[in-house]
Design a protein around this ligand. Structure first.
Ligand code: SAM
Length: 278
C-alpha cells in the first residue's frame, strides 16, 4: 500500500509524498528503536523481529545517537564549521547535527542527505537553523555519491577551500560489499580539502556473532541489507585518512560524557572514529 504522507506527529512535514507503508525502512526502524513516533506497522514489526534476535538493540541505537551528538560537538570545537550528514535519520527536536554544530559556532553550515521520503518530509525541521549559518537537504543516495557532491545544494552551501566534516553515522552497514563502500567513500571525499574530517560509526558482530546473525536475518526478512563489519574491516574504510585520538573505539568509549556509566561492548556493538584528511 502506498499513500500520500500528511503528518506523522513529529516535526512539520511539508507537501505530499508517496510513502510505502508496507515496507520497513531503516530510518523508521531506528526511530522506533529510539522511542520515536515516526514509524509504521511494517517498521515496528521488523524492528520487533530484530529485537527478538538482539534484545539490546535499543541500547546500540541510543549509544549511536549519543555518539553523533558528541562527535559533532567535538569536531565543531576543533574548528570545523561545515558538515555533510549522510544518513540523517528522522529529526529529533533540538538534537540534530545543526543544533549541536550551531550551538558551538552559529555560522556552521550543514548539508543533510537521506534517501527516506519520510526524512524528506521532515526536511523543513532540519532547515530551521541559526540565521548566521546555513542548512540544506539533499534527497539522495549514498550509493550514488556523484549525485550528492554534484548536487546544487552541496555546491552552493559548502566552500571547498575549507575543511568539511563528512558524517557517516550508522549508515555504512547498509552498504553491501558488492556495492563497494571503499569506492563510494573515495568518490564522496575526493574534492574535500586537506584538514577535512570523516566520521564513521558502524555496527559490528565482533562481540556477539550469534545475536548479529539474527539481526542481519531479521533485517533481510524485511528486505534490508545489513552488513556488520569487524574492527579491521571498519578501520580499512579510513584508508588514506589519519584516525584521530582516541582512535577507533566502541562508541560508548569514544570521548564519553563526563560521569557516563561504562557500557558493555556487547550492548553498544558499534565502532566509531574521526579521521583527518592529510
Ligand atoms: C540508523 S539511521 C542513522 C541516523 C543518524 N545518522 C544517526 O546516527 O542518528 C540510518 C539512516 O541512513 C539512511 N540511509 C540508509 N541507507 C541510505 C542510503 N543508501 N542513502 C542515503 N541514506 C540512507 C536511512 O534512511 C536512515 O535515515
Amino acid at each position: 500500500m502506498t499513500d500520500e504522507f500528511e503528518d506523522c506527529g513529529n516535526g512539520e512535514p511539508e507537501g505530499s509524498l508517496e510513502i510505502d507503508f508496507d515496507r520497513a525502512h531503516p530510518a523508521r526502524m531506528y526511530d522506533y528503536l529510539l522511542g520515536g513516533r515516526t514509524n509504521f506497522d511494517a517498521d515496528r514489526e521488523a524492528a520487533d523481529r530484530a529485537l527478538g534476535a538482539n534484545p539490546t538493540l535499543r541500547v546500540a541505537a541510543r549509544e549511536n545517537r549519543a555518539f553523533l551528538l558528541r562527535v559533532v560537538d567535538h569536531v565543531a570545537r576543533s574548528g570545523v564549521r561545515q558538515f555533510v550528514d549522510v544518513g540523517t535519520g528522522i529529526p529529533i527536536e533540538g538534537n540534530n547535527t545543526h543544533d549541536v554544530a550551531q550551538a558551538v559556532r552559529s555560522d556552521a553550515r550543514v548539508v543533510y542527505v537521506d534517501n527516506d521520503p519520510i526524512v524528506l518530509a521532515h526536511a523543513k525541521a532540519l532547515l530551521a537553523g541559526d540565521p548566521d549559518g546555513r542548512t540544506a537537504y539533499i534527497d539522495g543516495d549514498l550509493r550514488d555519491p556523484g549525485s550528492i557532491v554534484e548536487h546544487p545544494a552541496f555546491v552552493e552551501t559548502l566552500r571547498l577551500d575549507e575543511p568539511v566534516a563528512l558524517l557517516l553515522v550508522a549508515i555504512l552497514h547498509f552498504v553491501a560489499d558488492d556495492e563497494d563502500p571503499a569506492s563510494i567513500l573515495r568518490e564522496l571525499t575526493k574534492r574535500l580539502p586537506s584538514g577535512s574530517r570523516m566520521v564513521i560509526s558502524h555496527a559490528t558482530a565482533d562481540f556477539d556473532p550469534v545475536r548479529w546473525a539474527g539481526t542481519v536475518r531479521a533485517y533481510a526478512d524485511a528486505g534490508i541489507t545489513v552488513r556488520p563489519r569487524s574492527r579491521s574491516e571498519i578501520e580499512a574504510l579510513f584508508e588514506g585518512w589519519e584516525i584521530e585520538e582516541p582512535g577507533l573505539l566502541v562508541l560508548s568509549d569514544w570521548r564519553p560524557a563526563p560521569g557516563a556509566e561504562p557500557v558493555d561492548p556487547i550492548l553498544a556493538s558499534c565502532y566509531g572514529a574521526v579521521a583527518r584528511k592529510l
